[in-house]
Design a protein around this ligand. Structure first.
Ligand SMILES: Cc1ncc(COP(=O)(O)O)c(C=O)c1O
Length: 380
């Protein structure tokens, strides 16, 4: 306990996994002991059980567990028949995996700029880049904020395109009460440890309402096998581990509670960071933002991060470079030329500490440290 006027110097990480892991440790170990005993380490009954629960959570008819979020995206595009000669439209500010998955299929990524208010794919820019080669659109629910799925799905329908949601950061997000994971043809989730629903290692899933796509995805993740040693199509080894399913099944019981805690932390930040000069997230009216990350903006981002780090408060940047700057995408199409918003935001965004167990006092301390910097008011 600190004396009343003594400023805490306790470290505040960007993400804290240890507290939650300690809380669920015994239950996870019990479930894992069952797996060690029954011995079905690959596609054991825990995987089926998790798939059922996660499909229900996403309000989707089917869930197929896969090895990670990148594989989820890759298999989703394969299941939709995307390949060489095709183009796939996505946002220019995602994690590299979104674009890598497109490249794995041999298709070309076409990057579109993002909106100023939610940092997500701007639907008003999409039609300008649709060509006869366009096959699909991948909106990304970046930071846990649902992308404009209603507008995007309308555009896709009008032009006969498929929609794959990159929901790696969006577990539990909603638009008008409908869950992320049930809007597009296929939605792709990551269970990387730091995600809102994270495994103790890699994991991922796809959800869909289409039984034919579900069947194809099950084959794709398991060497094209419907029955053992009969390979009906070219498949891959992209299965969700039974041991990771144990972790995910345990965490599913708390996901809603943890999500509400994240949303509460975000509200504390919104209150505490008024008048600090930062541009704060715009809270969506008709959507449930699940705050995988709490991202603010300021032109003096680097000074802000260095000052907070000097006080043991650790931030991140998601992501420091627009996707077309990555070597595999140097010859990609961007719209508008050079992605002005993505490029500007990449130099200004900073992810403040965000995890369900962050306390009001910690948020207040972070805000005090930011206020002490006397940042000039950032212009939108
Ligand atoms: C937006 C986005 N897409 C895709 C991925 C890839 O997921 P994974 O790391 O599980 O392969 C991630 C996370 O890492 C992500 O944040």
């Amino acid at each position: 306990m600190n004396a009343p006027n003594m400023k805490s110097t306790e470290s505040i990480p960007l993400v804290d996994l240890a507290t939650q892991s300690r809380m669920i440790r015994d239950e996870v170990l019990r479930r894992m002991a069952d797996v060690i005993d029954h011995g079905r380490y690959i596609l054991g009954s825990e995987v089926d059980e998790f798939e059922g629960k996660f499909a229900e959570y996403c309000q989707a008819s089917h869930c197929i567990g896969v090895a990670n979020g990148t594989d989820a995206l890759h298999l989703a595009l394969r299941a939709l028949g995307v390949g060489p000669g095709d183009e796939v439209i996505t946002a220019g500010n995602s994690f590299a995996a979104t674009a890598f998955a497109i490249a794995y299929t041999g298709a070309k990524a076409v990057f579109v700029d993002v909106r100023e208010d939610d940092y997500n794919l701007d639907p008003s820019l999409i039609e300008a880049v649709i060509t006869e080669r366009t096959k699909a659109i991948i909106p990304v629910h970046l930071y846990g904020n649902p992308a404009r799925m209603i507008e995007i799905c309308e555009i896709a329908k009008k032009h006969g395109l498929k929609v794959v949601e990159d929901a790696a950061q969006g577990h539990g997000g909603e638009i008008n009460g409908k869950r992320i994971g049930s809007f597009g043809d296929i939605a792709c989730f990551s269970f990387y440890p730091g995600k809102n629903l994270g495994a103790f290692g890699d994991g991922g899933a796809v959800t869909t309402n289409c039984p034919e796509l579900a069947e194809k995805l099950r084959l794709l993740r398991n060497y094209g096998q419907r029955v053992k040693n009969r390979h009906d199509m070219l498949g891959y080894n992209c299965r969700l581990d039974t041991l990771q399913a144990c972790v995910l099944l345990t965490k599913m019981q708390y996901i809603e509670h943890w999500t509400e805690q994240r949303r509460q932390v975000a509200l504390w930040y919104q209150e505490e960071l008024q008048d600090t000069g930062l541009i704060l997230p715009v809270l969506p009216q008709n959507a449930r933002h699940v705050f995988h990350l709490y991202v603010v903006r300021h032109p003096e981002r680097d000074r802000l991060m260095a000052s907070l780090a000097a006080e043991n408060i650790y931030c991140g940047i998601h992501y420091p470079n627009p996707l077309p700057t990555a070597a595999p995408f140097h010859d990609s199409v961007t719209y508008p030329m050079g992605l002005p918003n993505c490029t500007k935001f990449a130099t200004e965004i900073v992810s403040l500490p965000m995890y369900p167990e962050l306390t009001r006092e910690q948020v207040a301390r972070i805000a005090d440290s930011i206020r002490a910097l006397n940042l000039v008011e950032a212009k939108v």
